[in-house]
Ligand binder design. Structure first.
Ligand code: ADE
Length: 266
């Protein structure tokens, strides 16, 4: 059964029982299923800004699955102590397998599956663009010290990280992926060129931006931007982007291998 939250006009489904009966089969561009024991973390996020617009336009569907509901014991246990000892708790395989089996068995085409973890490969704009082309994504959000390794052996997960820092769970990283994918879907942004002009869509960081007033507390907008000369504006922006990239992210210009598998293709 589905618990419908009061998030009109676009209602958000949180599946809280061990079934996916009634899963939507609407013709949206991308459907993202998120497995989490804290669906509430994502609820407000899904109902605001670009993600909300993508959902309202029918271009994005997000379904939250509380995999705790698939635990079979009285206390709905999702974690346990690690074999071999050590601190923290580890996510058990059974509830996650049961949730995935209920979700995926009926799929004709297997979805792309992402497992959020600081041990994964670091995400880039290029990976996000690939995800935005998928019709179906499944995102598994971990908690505690980690996942039982058999979850990764039993399912074709791509283990991904949003950066070299540790968060308390995969929900925030899942929101990062959803936001990034939503704004890449054709028709979501008012101006489709906006996404293409972002930092990381080309080899350079984005140039500085200004809006009115031309003089704010004595700080002037660069004269070239007021000149009306489009080619001079374009040249100025390119130069600024280059200087900014040289100072802040010289690795992008070098195609530095430390940036991982997408090096040279930001
Ligand atoms: N879970 C905890 N930290 C994370 C990170 N940096 N990226 C993805 N998932 C995480």
């Amino acid at each position: 059964m589905t618990r419908s939250l009061n998030l009109d006009p676009v209602s958000l489904s949180v599946r809280t029982e061990p079934t996916v009966k009634g899963a939507s089969t609407t013709g949206t561009s991308v459907r993202i299923d998120v497995l989490t024991i804290f669906p509430g973390i994502l609820e407000g996020f899904l109902n605001e800004s670009i993600v909300r617009i993508a959902r309202e336009k029918g271009l994005l569907e997000v379904v939250l699955h509380d995999f705790r509901q698939f635990a079979e014991d009285k206390h709905r246990t999702v974690d346990d102590k690690p074999f071999g000892g050590g601190p923290g708790m580890v996510l058990k395989p059974e509830p996650i397998f049961a949730c995935l089996e209920a979700l995926i068995a009926k799929d004709q085409q297997p979805p792309r599956m992402l497992l959020m973890s600081p041990c994964g490969s670091t995400l880039t704009q290029k990976r996000m663009r690939e995800f935005a082309k998928d019709e179906r994504l499944v995102i598994l959000c971990g908690r505690y010290e980690g996942y039982d390794e058999r979850i990764k052996l039993g399912w074709p997960f791509e283990e991904v990280s949003i950066g070299d820092y540790v968060l308390s769970g995969g929900e925030v990283p899942a929101m990062v992926v959803i936001d990034s994918v939503a704004r890449l879907l054709p028709g979501v942004l008012g101006h489709d060129l906006s996404a293409l002009q972002d930092s990381f869509e080309g080899p350079l960081l984005d140039h500085p931006h200004y809006t009115r007033p031309a003089d704010f507390r004595g700080m002037q907008v660069p004269a070239v931007l007021l000149s009306g000369d489009h080619s001079k504006v374009a040249a100025w922006r390119k130069q600024q982007a280059l200087e900014r990239t040289q100072v802040r992210r010289p690795d992008l210009l070098r195609g530095d291998a430390r940036r991982g598998p997408d090096a040279g293709q930001v």
